[in-house]
Design a binder for this molecule. Structure first.
Ligand SMILES: NC(=O)c1ccc[n+]([C@@H]2O[C@H](COP(=O)([O-])OP(=O)(O)OC[C@H]3O[C@@H](n4cnc5c(N)ncnc54)[C@H](O)[C@@H]3O)[C@@H](O)[C@H]2O)c1
Length: 420
């Protein structure tokens, strides 16, 4: 495998480190107009492995000594002009995904694309047309798909434990929601909306559990907390309100021991460029009359973090709680409870899924290994297909359109030749 990473930020470096651990030596070049996160991440990772006494990490986490010298380019085309690669991980800003996919298709590459597929209706359709019958591997990175609790929820419904599905109530209350407003993700131009940034995962999870086609969507959204008239380049560090502002990164660390982000992510959350909603509520009608309500909000405290849903059928009810017993960072245990209509009142199938410090509820690594399997030509149940990415992105776009036009939107999924 000869892999290139496009976008060496948080996700790109996650991909690079995963390749190093599970397919060492396969990444041969990287591109990003800014290499600061690349250098910082490698230095931090090396330090953490060196300081670790865990023999497993010492074995798989030891990076090749010349990794920092990987050929590094400003842009994808320059990288391709210098290297023969067969696979690309596209991890740049969401607004660049469509352009990167087009380049990758021109070069006939395997494509590991970050979600969302793209951020405009035209680009999402364009990417779908390019990739729907693509002869190479093409995936969209829905990291929670690989989480053992997700897989188990899918199995319970597929096995008929809930009977005929009736409705779903799903919530995502994001305890690190301010983070989206402290960095580039705070404008429509770069991410489209927080539907495409965040809910796209949840819509995909719901779709994968229900295995039904969404048909109509209605949504409301507003911005109640973030945005304003402060300068776009103002950081908490230089702000005169650094120690008074309730949204200051310094105050939140001091008062609530919240995660203190790197400087590049300490921009003022009251900046004038902020134009995305910070809370959205959606209702979705699926085929067979299954109804789903969904809500995401980006200002809840740590202890109120909530992600998951209640799936109700005529024979049982399933509660999926990604943050079942949440401690901190990647530490916690997801819960899955299945109650059956014909079981005695105190009978419940109670499952606990320990993340064991792995990210995305233990989904990232399993998802990555599934992609490696696809690249080797093997089958996997965690396919993260472009079709799934397409459907989820179309739902996000429809929800945003519903907010803007104040009406129910019928989903026009272009799946004419595809079975699902
Ligand atoms: N699957 C997941 O769970 C998950 C989690 C986080 C982010 N993401 C996705 O990953 C992507 C990147 O997000 P992130 O959190 O890593 O952001 P980030 O800011 O940490 O990294 C993005 C990087 O892309 C670079 N970049 C921008 N334009 C580029 C271009 N034209 N060519 C090459 N590089 C370019 C930036 O300089 C930056 O270093 C987004 O699409 C986001 O939606 C997915």
């Amino acid at each position: 495998m000869k892999v290139a990473i496009v976008g060496a930020g948080c996700s790109g470096m996650g991909h690079l480190l995963s390749f190093e651990m599970y397919a060492p030596g396969s990444v041969i070049a990287v591109c990003d107009p800014d290499r600061s996160v690349f250098d910082e991440t490698l230095a931090n990772f090396r330090r953490s492995v060196e300081g670790s006494s865990d023999p497993y990490m010492k074995t798989i986490g030891t990076l090749r000594c010349d990794l920092e010298k990987l050929p590094f380019y400003d842009d994808f085309e320059s990288l391709l002009a210098h290297h023969e690669i067969d696979t690309v991980a596209i991890c740049s800003y969401c607004c660049t995904h469509a352009q990167m996919v087009e380049i990758a298709v021109r070069h006939n590459l395997n494509i590991l694309l970050e979600k969302p597929v793209a951020i405009s209706e035209a680009d999402v359709e364009r990417i779908w047309e390019l990739l729907r019958n693509y002869p190479k591997v093409a995936t969209v990175n829905f990291t929670m798909r690989g989480a053992p609790v997700t897989r188990s929820a899918q199995r319970h419904v597929a096995d008929g434990d809930l009977g005929r599905l009736v409705s779903v109530q799903y919530i995502n209350n994001v305890h690190y929601g301010d983070g989206y407003f402290r960095k580039w993700m705070r404008t429509r131009q770069k991410i489209g909306s927080l539907f495409l940034q965040k809910a796209t995962h949840d819509f995909d999870i719901i779709n994968s559990i229900l295995r039904l086609r969404p048909q109509r969507i209605a949504a409301f959204g507003s911005r109640r907390v973030y945005g304003g008239s402060r300068p776009n380049d103002l950081h908490c560090d230089e702000c005169p309100d650094k120690w008074h502002c309730p949204q200051s990164s310094f105050v939140l660390k001091f008062d609530a021991d919240k995660y203190f982000p790197p400087r590049r992510e300490r921009l003022c959350v009251f900046a004038s460029e902020i134009d995305i909603d910070d809370n959205q509520t959606v209702i979705i009608q699926y085929e067979n009359g299954v109804n789903v309500s969904y809500s995401q909000t980006f200002c809840v405290p740590h202890g109120a973090a909530q992600r998951g849903g209640i799936f109700i059928g005529d024979a049982g009810t399933m509660k999926l709680e990604y943050y079942g017993e949440y401690v901190d960072g990647p530490v916690g245990k997801s819960h899955l409870d299945v109650y059956r209509n014909h079981a005695k009142p105190d009978s419940v199938i109670h499952e606990v899924h320990d993340w064991a410090r792995r990210s995305h509820f233990d989904g990232t690594d399993y998802g990555f290994l599934a992609k490696l399997a696809l690249l080797r030509g093997e089958k996997t149940e965690i396919a993260n297909s472009v079709k799934e990415g397409y459907i989820s992105a179309k739902m996000c776009l429809a929800a945003q359109r519903s907010i803007e036009e104040g009406r129910v939107i019928a989903l026009d999924l272009n799946l004419r030749d595809d079975s699902q």
